[in-house]
Design a protein around this ligand. Sequence first.
Ligand code: F0G
Length: 414
Amino acid sequence: MSQAQLACIVCEKKYDWLELRYACDCQGLLELVHTDPALHKLPALAEQRLLSRKNIDRSGVWRFREAVLPLPDSMIVTQPEGQTPIYESPVLNQWAGQSRMSLKHEGENPTGSFKDRGMTAAVSMAKRLGMPIVACASTGNTSSSLASYAARAGLKAIVFLPAGKVSQGKMAQTLGYGAKGLAIRGDFDDAMQIVRDLAAMGRVYMVNSLNPYRIEGQKTIIWEMLQDRNWQAPDWIVVPGGNLGNTSAFGKAIEEAYNWGWITSKPRIATIQAQGANPFYRSYSKDFAGLEPMSAETIATAIRIGFPVNFPRAVRSIRNTNGVVSEVNDVEIIAAKTMIDRAGIGCEPASAATLAGVKKLVKQGVIGSEEDVVLVLTGHMLKDPDAILKTQTLDCVEIDADVQAITDALDRLP
Ligand code: F0G
């Protein structure tokens, strides 16, 4: 018997885990349910694997493979991904009014964002299912990651991007790895609908986070962080919210780790949205009465999403972890990003919503200043160089290559 099944999160109908489908017959979202009875022992195995020299063992995703996807090792497409660091910064603690904050930097994955964790899973499944063309809608990180993993697997990648709304760094990466790009005259949500339609027609294999296998890979952000903390759960995990794949994956990761006895307390999830792209926050404010799609606008282009497809899974994550949803405006995002950059850590704007969110939630008394908080930085600083060049006064002046002119200029420095 297989060690996993696909299950509908609404009506609980079960399907074979290798069945090619993105939703239940009732249209509910699907998730993988793991039934391997030995999963309570996985932390010890994951620890041993860190001593191995094999990529598949050291990968921050596949060292937990029995609880990710029960695939044969030969099917796994890994770079390897994960193994991302946890930073501490007294300067950032002080800025946020917090004393026990740390930052797990998922921007230090192979293509510069957390997406690699979901993509290694989804592209391995595309290979397993024999799907030659993989596709996604993207604000730029999913497309970069897909382009890279598809190239590694020898698959054809097609990406649908909102025209004019993807940062230069992400655009260059996506095309550089060899994906075919289609810039849609519309926003991310329009692009998402097109990929869903094409997938329903059987033209492409869709690897957006609606795809349940993507969520399985992204769970390991939490597990790797917990492993690095000797399975001592923090009080809070803070993450930016766009299409809500991470919020969904984090809730599942926490639930499973708790049910399998890996941790004895559940951290609370705080999802932070940009004010101009805040449908999840608005719904949370009405006790999740429903989701009202909106036309989204924010400087954090990665999370410029008005109709998050993972909404039902994400609601469950917030409810099951006694979590909260908050919002921050673009000015707050850029202020937090500047702090993270100048702390020597760096991240892209969407990631900085976390720090801005912590500052706000500490001020509101929701997060205690002594509580143990882990922020997840989702993307690398170089993903969006324009966000720095446009908002910082450029501390670099052009000058003659003349020692006297230069020493004079140095003397004038503040
Ligand atoms: N942070 C970054 C850097 C992202 O690229 C994304 C999503 C998010 C946060 C939001 O994560 O969707 O799981 O809530 N980027 C997608 C993309 C939409 O196409 O690259 P989420």
